[in-house]
Design a protein around this ligand. Structure first.
Ligand code: URP
Ligand code: ZN
Ligand code: ZN
Length: 508
């Protein structure tokens, strides 16, 4: 199957150009930059008539005129929770299962311009890690509509687990996820040993950083005093609870030299600590999520506040703008100054990227969603008691369109959105050879984006199974109109065209 996408504006993390993109059997074979005649026609077509100059792009099964459209690499969402069950999920039990499975979750992803997701393996106690990986892969293989990867959860640590981490790495997975809170948290010592181990086997640790003792003390106090509305979810895990854990995680990473990836970073003080460590040269990465950019903790005062319950919770305005500033500017240090901190005083004036070209960037490295929604009836179990509300919100269909809309409004550059949503995730998680860029040799994971299309997010036009969305009513300027997964058209103008089982494991 050969496809020609012509006359589009191709945008990669490092720049843009008007170009024709040639796709052959699922792979990009040519990006004919500037191959244009004075009359506007393309060299590509001129070559069609010259039989003595064979070209791989002479015959096309499909020719798409992308004039006026942006041609972008598909987004890589490295943080989703599909089919995540915990507790007793029988009808009478008190457990929960996240609403989207690998089919509905990746269907929604495809319709939001995502071409790769990365989810998690949660091994049972005493379970062999590679067996747990294979089990999760067989569930995902049958259902995913886009390519996928998995991170390995580590919720117990002993010599067996440390040894099996090398087997997991040999099976292709180089990212291990630990928690600093919840029942399955690691102790500080276990966390440190995990960091030491990933250094040995050349892998990385992803961490959910919230200080367990501090938040449990807050929860106990609120439960004892009957303060259980959604606002107290935020108050039980405020800025300092997250910042304390982030600083501890960084300290342990520095002591061991292990590569650390902090998931869903949501507070200014934690971000500041990340930047400091990055500037010192430590291999530390930070991800934030669109919910922390678009909302503040004020959502927990709304009547539907329980729908926004996730951990870490949305924070105050200072954190929101610190995250935005880092996302917009990359806190570049071309002149040695620390860049964005001064902007906290002008939170309502987001500025375009002011950074000198090629300056190193510090701060937020990736955007991902932590997509983990629960149906209304499940969220309602905690209507009057936040401790009974399952944690998690939706976003897999929203992240890329939301960020691209912000770029379209001039808040940040399209290149920076591509860097955060696809180029950097591809590099950090070891798939840059195939993903994260529109370039010859890469998989044809391509999004066509219409910058003129007006779109209002509603549960009705989303493709997940979830019966509400925290993004309801959000107006976007521009929207994806096509998504290709390895050259296969899986989304077009609001309609899902993919199929379950198409997605491949990215580390095979
Ligand atoms: O509240 C959240 N984020 N739920 C999903 C699991 C996690 O902690 O990432
Ligand atoms: Zn988490
Ligand atoms: Zn998560």
């Amino acid at each position: 199957m050969n496809i020609l996408i012509k006359n589009g504006t191709v945008i990669n993390a490092d720049g843009r150009c008007i170009a024709d993109v040639v796709v052959k059997d699922g792979v990009i074979t040519e990006v004919c930059q500037g191959a244009r005649q004075g009359d506007g026609s393309s060299v590509l077509f001129q070559r069609e008539n010259k039989t003595d100059e064979p070209s791989p792009c002479l015959e096309f099964d499909e020719v798409v005129d992308a004039s006026g459209l942006l041609v972008l690499p598909g987004s890589i969402d490295v943080h989703t929770h599909f089919e995540l069950s915990f507790g007793d999920t029988s009808p009478t039990g008190d457990g929960f299962s996240s609403a989207d499975d690998f089919f509905t979750g990746t269907r929604a992803a495809a319709c939001g311009g995502v071409t790769t997701i990365m989810d998690f393996v949660t091994p049972e106690k005493n379970e062999n890690l590679v067996e747990a990986l294979e089990k999760r892969k067989s569930v995902a293989d049958a259902k995913t509509c886009i390519d996928y990867g998995l991170h390995m959860g580590i919720s117990e640590l002993n010599d067996r687990v440390l040894e099996e981490m090398a087997d997991v790495k040999a099976a292709g997975v180089s990212s291990f996820k630990v928690f600093m809170t919840y029942a399955f948290k690691l102790t500080d010592d276990e966390f440190k040993r995990t960091l030491t181990r990933v250094k040995e086997i050349d892998a990385l640790v992803m961490v959910h950083a919230e200080d367990h003792e501090a938040l449990e003390a807050n929860r106990a106090e609120f439960i004892a005093t009957g303060k259980t509305d959604a606002w107290h979810h935020y108050l039980s895990r405020p800025e300092e609870v997250e910042a304390k854990a982030v600083k501890k995680a960084i300290k342990l990473a520095k002591e061991t030299g292990g590569t650390l990836y902090i998931v869903h970073l949501a507070c200014a003080e934690g971000l500041e600590a990340v930047i400091e460590a990055q500037q010192e040269g430590y291999p530390i990465y930070a991800e934030t999520c669109p919910q922390y950019l678009n909302f503040t903790c004020d959502v927990y005062k709304r009547p539907d506040g329980r729908n926004f319950i996730c951990s870490p919770p949305m924070k105050g305005k200072e954190s929101q703008y610190a995250l935005w500033a880092s996302v917009c500017q990359g806190a570049r240090q071309g002149d040695g100054s620390s860049g964005f901190f001064s902007r906290w005083s002008k939170p309502d004036e987001p500025s375009p990227c002011l950074a000198p070209d090629n300056a190193p960037t510090f701060g937020i490295n990736t955007l991902a969603t932590d997509h983990c929604p629960f149906q209304t009836y499940e969220k309602d179990r905690g209507k009057d008691d936040f401790t009974k509300t399952p944690n998690g919100v939706m976003g897999v269909e929203n992240l890329y369109p939301y960020m691209l809309s912000q770029a379209n409004k001039g808040i940040l550059s399209f290149e920076r959105v591509v860097e955060l949503c696809t180029a950097n995730p591809a590099k950090i998680f070891g798939i840059a050879e195939k993903k994260g860029e529109i370039a010859p040799g890469k998989d044809a994971d391509i999004v066509l984006y219409d910058p003129t299309k007006e779109f209002t997010i509603s549960q009705k036009n989303m493709h997940s199974t979830i019966d509400y969305t925290i993004w309801e009513g959000t107006k976007l300027k521009g929207y994806p109109v096509r998504t290709y997964s390895r050259g296969n058209l899986i989304y077009k103008n609001g309609e899902f065209l993919g199929e379950s089982g198409w997605g491949r494991f990215i580390y095979d």
